[in-house]
Design a protein around this ligand. Structure first.
Ligand SMILES: [Zn+2]
Length: 73
């Protein structure tokens, strides 16, 4: 079992990708559960499992969002 950390290039959510070398899977792709962008694509018949580690909004949760000027109009 090989575990690789990957990050969604679209929204920044962090995932762990576990690759099982000894288990037969099939080619496919995994989409980001947060924004739907393609996280990874593979063509070899390996089994891959994805686990969301940290959502992008949690990662930036401590950064205060300034009030939008448009809300005051
Ligand atoms: Zn994403």
């Amino acid at each position: 079992m090989k575990i690789t950390g990957i990050t969604c290039s679209a929204c920044g959510a962090a995932y762990e990708m576990a690759e099982a070398v000894s288990v037969k899977g099939k080619p496919g792709q995994e989409n980001c559960g947060m924004c739907g962008a393609v996280l990874a694509q593979w063509h070899e018949p390996g089994l891959k499992a994805f686990r969301l580690v940290m959502a992008a909004e949690h990662r930036y949760a401590r950064v205060p969002v300034p009030p939008s000027p448009a809300a005051a109009v």
